[in-house]
Design a protein around this ligand. Structure first.
Ligand SMILES: [Zn+2]
Length: 174
């Protein structure tokens, strides 16, 4: 496995975005404002709009990529690397492969992915192909934040923590 193999199914940023949207649709998009689950897709702005309250959220909103400015493709590449090899690789190495100038951003990306996958890796170790499942993409906001009324519009998402839903029954794995 190498990075070149990876590029076939997702050759560019747009194809990664489309895949990401497909996975989010499958997982079910939830409105952080009213909890509504029915959304319009605004293709011009690349965001979801809640049918009930009109709240808009981006493709990245409330997922592991929340607030990230890195390309979707970086996430896909890193995810692929993490799931297809048991060997660990450093943020430095990934940074070098991607040719990205900001080490901290790459480190944070890797850290988030590792945390998200921490309880799930057993599922992925045998996967020879890129496996992206809805559990990986779904996130939830913290309970206390759900109770606070969220302001509409820009900035209202800033406080929501990105938590990837991970099954807790993996205690049995040990
Ligand atoms: Zn809503």
């Amino acid at each position: 496995m190498n990075l070149l193999n990876f590029t076939t199914p997702f050759p560019d940023e747009q194809s990664c975005k489309l895949k990401w949207k497909e996975m989010r649709d499958k997982a079910g998009v939830v409105c952080p404002h009213c909890g509504g689950t029915a959304h319009y897709w605004k293709s011009d702005k690349e965001c979801y709009e809640c049918k009930k309250c009109k709240y808009r959220q981006s493709l990245r909103c409330n997922t592991i990529m929340h607030m990230s400015k890195l390309p979707f493709r970086y996430w896909f590449v890193a995810f692929r690397l993490l799931t297809s090899t048991k060997k660990s690789f450093s943020a430095k190495e990934l940074q070098r492969q991607l040719g990205h100038k900001n080490y901290d951003a790459i480190w944070a990306l890797l850290h988030k992915l590792r945390m998200a996958m921490g309880t799930r890796d057993a599922r992925y170790t045998l996967s020879g192909v890129l496996e992206l499942d809805e559990g990986f993409f779904s996130t939830e906001t913290q309970e206390e934040e759900k109770q606070q009324p969220l302001k509409r519009g820009r900035g209202s998402q800033k406080k929501s923590k990105v938590l990837v839903m991970a099954e807790r029954r993996n205690a049995a794995r040990k």
